[in-house]
Write a protein that binds this ligand. Sequence first.
Ligand SMILES: *[C@@H]1O[C@H](CO)[C@@H](O)[C@H](O)[C@H]1NC(C)=O
Ligand SMILES: *[C@@H]1O[C@H](CO)[C@@H](O)[C@H](O)[C@H]1NC(C)=O
Ligand SMILES: *[C@@H]1O[C@H](CO)[C@@H](O)[C@H](O)[C@H]1NC(C)=O
Ligand SMILES: *[C@@H]1O[C@H](CO)[C@@H](O)[C@H](O)[C@H]1NC(C)=O
Ligand SMILES: *[C@@H]1O[C@H](CO)[C@@H](O)[C@H](O)[C@H]1NC(C)=O
Ligand SMILES: *[C@@H]1O[C@H](CO)[C@@H](O)[C@H](O)[C@H]1NC(C)=O
Ligand SMILES: *[C@@H]1O[C@H](CO)[C@@H](O)[C@H](O)[C@H]1NC(C)=O
Ligand SMILES: *[C@@H]1O[C@H](CO)[C@@H](O)[C@H](O)[C@H]1NC(C)=O
Length: 519
Amino acid sequence: MGFIILSLWLWLLPATVLLSPLPDMEEEQEEPCRTYTHEALLYLDCAERGLTELPSGLDYNAQVLLLANNNFATFPEQLKNFHQVETLDLSGNRITGALPSYIVGWQRINTLNLSNNNYDSWLRIENTFNIQKLDLSKNKINRIDEDAFVRMSRLAYLDLSENRINNLPLGIFARATSLEVLSLSRNYFSEVPKFQSPSLRILRLSNCQITSIDKDSLSEMNSLLEINLSMNEIESIPDNLASNSLQELDFSYNEISMINDQTFSSLPHLAVLDLRGNEFREVWSSSYFASNPFLREVRVKGNRWSCEGFRVNLLLTYEFLTKEPAKVNDRGSLICYSPSNVTQLSWQQAYIRTWHADENTTSSYTLMAVLFGMVIGTLITSCVCRGIMALNPPPPRVTPETTALNGNATQRRAESVEIRVPLREELPPSYDEALLMPRLNASFHSLPDFVDEEDNNINNSNNNRRYRRSRSIGDLTETRPRVHDRREVSVRILMGYKLRNLTFAVLKAVKVGSNDRQT
Ligand SMILES: *[C@@H]1O[C@H](CO)[C@@H](O)[C@H](O)[C@H]1NC(C)=O
Ligand SMILES: *[C@@H]1O[C@H](CO)[C@@H](O)[C@H](O)[C@H]1NC(C)=O
Ligand SMILES: *[C@@H]1O[C@H](CO)[C@@H](O)[C@H](O)[C@H]1NC(C)=O
Ligand SMILES: *[C@@H]1O[C@H](CO)[C@@H](O)[C@H](O)[C@H]1NC(C)=O
Ligand SMILES: *[C@@H]1O[C@H](CO)[C@@H](O)[C@H](O)[C@H]1NC(C)=O
Ligand SMILES: *[C@@H]1O[C@H](CO)[C@@H](O)[C@H](O)[C@H]1NC(C)=O
Ligand SMILES: *[C@@H]1O[C@H](CO)[C@@H](O)[C@H](O)[C@H]1NC(C)=O
Ligand SMILES: *[C@@H]1O[C@H](CO)[C@@H](O)[C@H](O)[C@H]1NC(C)=O
């Protein structure tokens, strides 16, 4: 053995002499820790040196002690000589013992990192401990005293991820009144733990094998803004899951297949909802979000939406989620997975393509063709006419209209077009008529009111206003059960579809015409 080392040394010697000056090596051997100042803090860096004990002669005024990735099995003896410590990083060691009292007594201690050690339990601490950030991740903790954090009234950040915790006592954080961020990811919970915390804002519970969540789980966390339940095994969200403060809810990559009108009804401040990678098939009704006025972002990618049945939800929910400001940024996630004839189509397209599909398709296709011909014909004619008119400008004629308008040419044209082509209720509109139709500014949201006003023709603005509040878009189908009524509504929807797709609107109109003729 000695021989091998000797020969290796002899062989390496010339190289080391050539590559690096020897004095440096000697210095490093004498002083395994590096001392430096950074941002007005004195650092002592002894990380990654395989130490089992701290060397002597260190600068005990150090404020940041970096002792990570060594071989400490206990808190090193020398630590008790330090008094100014603000940050102690002992991550990546083999420590299991209770915190020594001198560490608890450090007045300036702010961050203690015990990640990746060998703790299997975390016990109560007798004295006040001024720690603000405590990292206990990547241990083997499965038992935590109920009063473990009682003396840590300044604790704001606690990382308990990657341990073996399967339950937490109700009062465990009740007196950690500064705790804002708690990570419990990668533990062994089977349900969302219920505990009290007056201050907690962010709760991370991803990858915990959680299968259920009680509707009252969050009820005693009065400041909770965000909960992350990503990558669990949750199959359903209970009705009326309640939190008065929650804004961000991450249920991504679970096994949820259904939600309903009650699911989010007790989350009044919900703003961001992540439901990616679940097992939703049936397209939601927008009424599911009727109680979430602040909802601004919904993530739905990775669900296998079925557009079977082509219910009006396809259209209304699509509009609800994509109308500016869009709640779903990635419209590509609102596509049909089944049935096979609409795979890869958006919800909207699937609905539109099968519009009145149950009816006599042949005749309507013929009508479509005829109308298309008419539209093209009108266009060509008007172009030709304009061309001729441009070539031979007609002498100014004095008509009653023009005198009334003081010869304002632009306005006269607009006015005369409107007079020449009045809107007729019973016949399909032509291209020009379609152009003149009122735009539906507020989109589907205003539709129920629009319909009521027209249908009833009663001056009950109060009632209408009440409708606007209480009725949501998804109710459209329920309140108008008769198929024909529903179609009428939808036709109006599409007519007023901001004329975004003019061809489409006109074609729909023709279909209405054909229905009328058939009946
Ligand atoms: C603790 O140390 C680990 C590993 O060095 C690091 O990833 C983690 O961010 C540290 N925690 C804190 C709170 O600084
Ligand atoms: C929730 O946790 C997962 C896994 O740790 C992470 O990828 C995701 O970004 C988290 N979600 C939020 C909103 O932070
Ligand atoms: C797809 O098939 C369904 C019946 O399974 C039918 O109602 C619908 O009209 C079809 N859609 C298209 C675009 O062909
Ligand atoms: C389709 O329309 C034609 C005439 O327009 C009619 O003879 C035929 O019965 C209709 N088919 C269906 C399935 O309604
Ligand atoms: C025609 O009317 C428009 C707006 O009403 C006005 O801006 C324009 O100046 C008028 N033109 C003439 C020639 O009076
Ligand atoms: C639509 O209505 C909103 C208010 O309801 C208004 O701010 C906006 O300017 C209108 N847009 C158009 C194109 O009329
Ligand atoms: C509707 O009510 C408004 C005020 O509430 C009134 O000015 C208007 O004349 C009424 N219209 C009809 C048609 O009764
Ligand atoms: C009109 O709608 C149809 C059917 O969704 C679509 O294929 C077409 O591209 C649209 N046209 C325009 C100009 O948006």
